[in-house]
Design a binder for this molecule. Structure first.
Ligand code: F55
Length: 834
């Protein structure tokens, strides 16, 4: 007999007080009664009521940090893809049930209220979402941490699909106000740009460098609470807004600094205006470098100021602080730390360097060459003259080290120097100045060591390490999939919420027919929920009994959405030729934003929608294939999508996807992976067993081998494989673009460019096509055997324990950060409000 347990254990949350608080907020914020308030206003009122509960724990946490003085990690990141806060905060307060009841009793629907919250989308994709999962885990595990980032006025654009094309619409996420944020003007910092460097002798005769003739902006922090699960800990995500340093007076016109005042005001306005919407692609824009230095200077200044409030020896800074650099984007932190230590605390170079290399650590998220940040010297030194000077000196000393190790070897200097060929190479700086360089999945770290960063690895092997990514089960199962969460808890207890490996106890139920049925029933209900969403948002009816085959992630050629849709075209052709063939109905679901200037990515979206138009409406197909492109894929609809997926598409060209994290979210929700041996897929298959996934295609070694030998020739496949040839011809014969047969010619050319073979099919789509189609046949056959499928799906859930971000964070803590665990005194844990 299985004991019925509540996933959310009872808590001391005061429901009546909470209801009064909501009503009070509606009254004082809007001078309205509940009946008069709009849904948005009700969301605000509920948000403030929750913040009220959080704030006590937030205060206590920081009081305790003050007392215990634990070592703190600053997770420095240009991106935090937080997703909605309301539901997550309620979950982590362990108050979902009482809050839901409170809302019911007020005649409100918590789901509807949650839906009013705009998704804070201050990130592009995996990298930004990882940062957010890490913050959740840090609080839940009880470690002192700050996330430091930018309060972009406009986050990731909203995607609208018009006539099958992506349209980017500004995401004004702050219009209605954000109930969870706290403005902290008392911690404002000045950040300086431009000008020149001067030597100054101070009153004690000490000389140092100062920046003069600069422009500056004021950085104002906004704090967002990061609520730990059930432990009363609340950490802080600190995001910086920019303001003009002086409100400019008209009389300054007369003083002749009117121009400067206007420029400073503009700088402040522009700097935090918008998130660059490029994923794995570096554009080299000056404003981007300004953003980087802006939030880094403010964050480093604050970290030092905070440290000095309690300590007197800045030389021991690293004993209490670690800066984790989320990719190279925050790497100016290295030089900014050096600057403050030398110019403001008068440390010698050697002393400052000793602190810096023990404080900073760097995470690499990609091997894609086009994502590596390199700044032209001219731009860099003009914008950040003092910082550039410091980097020059770091570079000079680093080159000496290279020469000591490899005397006379110019090649090593060419490949490893921080400044070379007129460029400042941020990855090289991060590696030279950090104590750690980590990749984000085992395979990725191996590729870094053996290929991309080989010279650095040979020189400093001790710095290199792996931290396989993870995800938070609290958002992506407990909140996103309540039916499955309750079912899991009913079978194995609720420990999995903070100890995901405990979910492996589910294994014994994988062969239990009743459990299999229950599982498939939950999946079915989640598919109905998603079908409803699709009907509302796309106007397309999909059959929840069909296989839900899902690829949701940023659109990028290396992720190969094109392979997926070409395969759909191939299936369509088969059914057209042979309408009576056996075919299990399938719904192909896509969701993806393309960088605004990425032509092939945008055309892939158009192709998916064009194929959808034809296939969905073809009477011969009769609904057996449906293609759906979900508009504006983001964290909030992701939660619905993962819960409803049968098949998880993880089909990147092997070696290109550093880790992937969507793959883990699907697994946790019981979808089976069809994928390449890339990124963390390798480790997923290792955990669940190859028999419970569908692996196909070239290995990373094979891909790298082809690449090192000038690519491969796809025309051979084109000439010899009629199925592939037919699909490719359909890209240029108007099958999916009757009025404009040339519409998809660029995509066709990307696969078959006969002019320069080494640029043809760079992502091995044709090379992998047959293997992919074969793997998809196996998916279909497996799904026909419902018991076998359910067994595999349950095993996927049961074997997902490794992929919690709690494990990842614990590894960072144990091996790199060495943080102290903070435990709050008993009485503050829980929801008592006094
Ligand atoms: C954003 C801006 C620039 Cl300039 C470069 C990269 C990005 C970006 O968004 N990268 C990104 O999301 N990388 C992804 O990081 C994930 C977390 O580690 C990985 O799982 C994923 O494989 C990787 O592509």
């Amino acid at each position: 007999m299985i004991k019925k347990k509540d996933t959310q254990e009872s808590s001391s949350f005061d429901k009546e007080l909470f209801k009064r608080s909501v009503l009070y907020n509606v009254k004082t914020l809007y001078r309205k009664t509940l009946e008069e308030a709009t849904p948005q206003q009700i969301f605000q009122a509920v948000g403030y009521a929750i913040k009220d509960v959080v704030i006590d724990n937030w205060l206590t946490t920081h009081k305790e940090y003050d007392k215990q003085d634990p070592k703190t990690v600053y997770y420095l990141s240009m991106e935090f893809l937080m997703g909605r806060a309301l539901g997550n905060n309620i979950i982590n307060l362990q108050a979902y049930k009482p809050v839901k009841e409170a809302m019911d009793e007020l005649g409100l629907d918590l789901n509807v209220i949650e839906d009013q919250e705009p998704d804070p989308a201050l990130g592009n994709g995996g990298l930004g979402r990882l940062a957010s999962c890490f913050l959740d885990s840090l609080s839940t595990l009880g470690y002192a941490a700050y996330g430091c980032g930018i309060r972009y006025r406009y986050g990731m654009f909203k995607q609208e699909i018009r006539d099958g094309y992506q349209i980017e619409v500004p995401d004004n996420w702050l219009v209605d106000g954000n109930p969870f944020e706290l403005r902290r003007p008392e911690y404002a910092k000045e950040v300086k740009f431009g000008g020149y460097v001067n030597v100054r002798i101070d009153e004690n005769g000490r000389s140092n460098f100062v920046q003069e003739g600069y422009q500056s902006v004021r950085a104002i922090p906004y704090d967002l609470p990061i609520v730990g699960y059930g432990n009363g800990i609340v950490n802080t995500l600190r995001i910086w807004d920019a303001e003009a340093i002086e409100c400019f007076h008209l009389d300054s016109f007369d003083k002749g600094d009117y121009q400067k005042a206007v420029e400073q005001a503009n700088l402040a306005k522009n700097i935090v205006e918008v998130l660059y919407p490029n994923d794995n692609h570096y554009a080299g824009k000056e404003l981007r470098l300004k953003q980087q230095y802006f939030f880094i200077s403010a964050s480093v200044q604050e970290a030092i100021a905070k440290y000095m409030r309690k300590h007197d020896d800045i030389r021991k800074f690293y004993e209490k602080v670690t800066f984790q650099l989320n990719d190279t984007h925050p790497t100016v932190a290295v030089a900014e730390l050096m600057r403050i230590l030398m110019d403001e605390y008068y440390l010698t170079w050697e002393e400052a360097w000793n602190v810096t290399i023990k404080t900073c650590a760097y995470t690499n998220h990609t091997i894609m060459a086009e994502a590596l940040e390199k700044w032209p010297i001219e731009l860099f030194s003009r914008l950040l003259p003092r910082i550039y000077q410091i980097i020059e000196e770091i570079n000079r000393r680093f080159i000496i080290k290279i020469q000591e190790m490899y005397p006379g070897n110019q090649e090593k200097i060419r490949k490893m120097a921080i400044i070379y060929d007129g460029q400042v190479k941020m990855a090289h700086l991060a590696i030279a100045a950090g104590f750690s360089v980590n990749g984000v999945a085992r395979l990725h770290t191996e590729i870094l060591k053996k290929q991309e960063l080989r010279d650095f690895y040979e020189m400093m092997p001790e710095k290199f390490n792996n931290k396989t990514n993870g995800i938070t089960q609290r958002r992506f199962l407990l909140h996103g999939n309540p039916l499955l969460a309750d079912w899991v808890t009913a079978h194995v207890g609720s420990d999995w919420i903070t100890d995901l490996p405990k979910i492996s106890k589910l294994k014994i139920y994988a062969d239990d027919e009743k459990c299999q049925q229950e599982f498939m029933n939950i999946k079915y209900q989640n598919k109905v929920r998603l079908a409803q969403y699709i009907l509302e948002h796309n106007g397309i009816e999909v059959d929840p009994r069909s296989i839900f085959d899902v690829q949701v992630k940023r659109l990028h050629e290396y992720k190969r959405q094109l392979l997926n849709i070409l395969h759909v075209m191939y299936l369509y052709n088969q059914l057209k030729d042979n309408p009576e063939m056996e075919f299990f109905p399938r719904t192909f679901i896509f969701g993806a934003k393309a960088a605004a200037g990425y032509y092939n990515a945008k055309m892939t979206i158009k192709l998916i929608n064009s194929v959808a138009d034809v296939v969905n409406n073809d009477p011969v197909i009769n609904g057996r294939i449906k293609v759906v492109f979900i508009e504006n894929y983001r964290v909030s609809n992701a939660e619905l999508i993962f819960a409803a997926a049968d098949v998880s598409e993880q089909i990147s060209t092997a070696s290109k996807e550093a880790s992937g994290t969507g793959n883990m979210k699907f697994m946790l929700n019981g979808a089976l992976t069809i994928g390449t041996m890339d990124g963390a897929n390798v480790e997923i298959v290792e955990e669940v067993g190859a028999e419970n996934a569908f692996i196909f295609g070239l290995s990373s070694d094979e891909v790298i081998n082809f690449e090192n030998n000038g690519g491969y020739d796809p025309t051979e496949i084109f000439n010899n494989d009629p199925d592939v040839r037919r699909v490719l011809m359909q890209l240029i014969n108007g099958t999916f673009a009757p009025n404009d047969p040339d519409r998809f010619r660029t995509l066709y050319n990307s696969l078959l460019n006969t002019i320069s073979t080494n640029k043809a099919d760079m992502y091995f789509i044709l090379k992998d096509f047959k293997a992919y189609a074969e793997a998809q046949r196996k998916v279909e056959n497996a799904y026909r055997d419902e018991k076998r499928w359910a067994r595999s799906a349950i095993l996927n859930v049961a074997c997902s324990g490794k992929f919690t971000s709690d494990r990842t964070i614990q590894e960072y803590v144990d091996e790199l950060w060495h943080l102290d665990k903070v435990v709050l005194p008993k009485k503050v844990v829980g929801k008592d409000k006094t």
